[in-house]
Design a protein around this ligand. Structure first.
Ligand code: THU
Length: 140
C-alpha cells in the first residue's frame, strides 16, 4: 500500500484553491482527492448568485473523479485560503464523500496554514452511515 503524502496532498488542495470561483464569500477552497491508482484529482468551490447552488470544492472533486472513471479513493485534503482555522466539510459534502469512501478513509483539512490541520476520517465526520454498514456486508 502506497504511503499517503499528506503534505503533498495539502499543497495540491492549496493550488486548486487558486482556481476557486467565490465572488460572494471570498472563501477560496480547494480539494485534492488521492485515488487508489495514485492519481490526485483536484477541484475548487464554484459559487452562484443563487447562493444555495454553490458547489463545494470537495464535492466537485468527488464528482470529477467519478466522471473520470475512478471509484476508489485513499484520502482527501481540503484547503481554505481565507480562514485562520481548519475549515471542515459541510454536512452535504460529508454525505457525498461517504457514498464512495470507506469509513477509515483519511481526511485532512486546514485554513490558510496547512500545518494547522485536522487529520480525521470520513467515518468520524459522518458516523453511523447506513451505506457503510451495507458495504460491510452486514445486511446481505
Ligand atoms: N466551502 C467548500 O468548498 N468546502 C468546505 O469544506 C467549506 C465551504 C465553500 C462553499 C462556499 O463557496 C464557501 O466555501 C463558503 O461557505
Amino acid at each position: 500500500m502506497t504511503e499517503i503524502n499528506i503534505e503533498k496532498l495539502m499543497l495540491e488542495a492549496k493550488s486548486a484553491s487558486e482556481l476557486s470561483y467565490s465572488p460572494y464569500s471570498h472563501f477560496t477552497v480547494g480539494a485534492a482527492l488521492l485515488c487508489s491508482d495514485g492519481e490526485i484529482v483536484t477541484a475548487a468551490n464554484v459559487e452562484n448568485r443563487s447562493y444555495g447552488l454553490t458547489i463545494c470544492a470537495e464535492r466537485s472533486a468527488i464528482v470529477k473523479a467519478i466522471s473520470m472513471g475512478k471509484r476508489d479513493f485513499k484520502a482527501l485534503a481540503i484547503y481554505c485560503g481565507r480562514a485562520d482555522y481548519p475549515v471542515s466539510p459541510c454536512g452535504a459534502c460529508r454525505q457525498v464523500i461517504s457514498e464512495f469512501a470507506e469509513n477509515a478513509m483519511p481526511l485532512y483539512f486546514s485554513g490558510s496554514d496547512i500545518s494547522n490541520r485536522v487529520e480525521t476520517t470520513i467515518g468520524e465526520l459522518f458516523p453511523f452511515d447506513a451505506l457503510d454498514e451495507m458495504k460491510d456486508g452486514k445486511y446481505e
